[in-house]
Write a protein that binds this ligand. Structure first.
Ligand SMILES: Cc1cc2nc3c(=O)[nH]c(=O)nc-3n(C[C@H](O)[C@H](O)[C@H](O)COP(=O)(O)O)c2cc1C
Length: 250
């Protein structure tokens, strides 16, 4: 039987200890977790943009797509179509099935809770932006929540990584902590990041399949990035981003 009597020192070992499952000990309940709706919806956005229907058949072959995946950090200055953006959103968080009242999405999620909300920094997308939008999963639409160019602010918030300003769109995933914590307690801090990793990985493959370039971003100033999307960094906090666009090479 594993020993769970003594918490090790250090933030890493301490985190592993606090979030472990044991056969003979239930995870601590989360006293601060609250009932959280499964979908986030902005009440009065600047605009609500319907997205074109995504393709759900055909597309590039999987093995070739995997073989061609490489991070791309240089982008051409030309707009991305709304149809392309729609396809990427569907490929990452689109609803692909339902069963007994639950809706399932393009990537898996611990407990099918889908805690990560999708935000976009729209630098150069046909017919929308520049600005910041939130993906309304249920309606497959965008809520424009800020108007004005923020690509450079995003680059600054991502440790000066310039491609955030030169790409067509930056995807950012904000984890609604309570949505997962209400079931998993502190163990949710494992699942929020694992879920986001799946989403970012799938986005990169979808990009390759569409002839686009992308690079995942784990290096960012948390407070600055959260501020960009109006998140408090505690109840909801950005865990991962990906810059996407028309590639001009690596
Ligand atoms: C979790 C994670 C975080 C990353 N963060 C960054 C980043 O902040 N900036 C960057 O330029 N690349 C970032 N990358 C991309 C890696 O540098 C890249 O995946 C790695 O060099 C392997 O190259 P490849 O993706 O072309 O195969 C990140 C990748 C992952 C998976």
């Amino acid at each position: 039987m594993s020993d769970h009597s003594e918490r090790p020192s250090g933030i890493g070992p301490g985190y592993q200890f606090d979030t472990k499952y044991y056969a003979d000990k239930s995870p601590e309940p989360c006293p601060w977790a609250k009932d959280t709706p499964p979908f986030k919806r902005y009440g009065n956005p600047i605009a609500e943009i319907e997205l074109p229907e995504p393709e759900t058949t055909g597309g590039a072959g999987l093995w070739e797509t995997i073989a061609r995946r490489r991070s791309q950090r240089r982008f051409k200055d030309e707009p991305m179509s709304l149809a392309t953006l729609s396809q990427l959103l569907w490929a990452t968080q689109g609803i692909t099935g339902s069963e007994d009242g639950s809706r399932f999405r393009a990537t898996g999620s611990a407990g099918a809770l889908y805690p990560n909300e999708t935000y976009l920094v729209l630098n150069n997308v046909e017919g929308v932006g520049p600005g910041i939008a939130h993906y309304n999963v249920r309606g497959h639409s965008l809520a424009l929540i800020h108007e004005g160019p923020l690509g450079q602010a995003c680059a600054d918030a991502c440790l000066g990584q310039r491609f955030c300003a030169t790409c067509q769109v930056v995807f950012a995933w904000g984890a609604v902590v309570s949505r997962s914590a209400q079931k998993y307690g502190d163990r949710c801090y494992r699942y929020l990041y694992l879920d986001a990793g799946h989403i970012g990985g799938q986005l990169q493959l979808a990009c390759v399949a569409l002839g686009l370039g992308s690079v995942n971003i784990g290096a960012f100033f948390d407070d600055e990035v959260n501020k960009l999307f109006g998140l408090d960094g505690v109840e909801e906090t950005v865990v991962y981003l990906t810059a996407v666009g028309h590639t001009a090479g690596r």
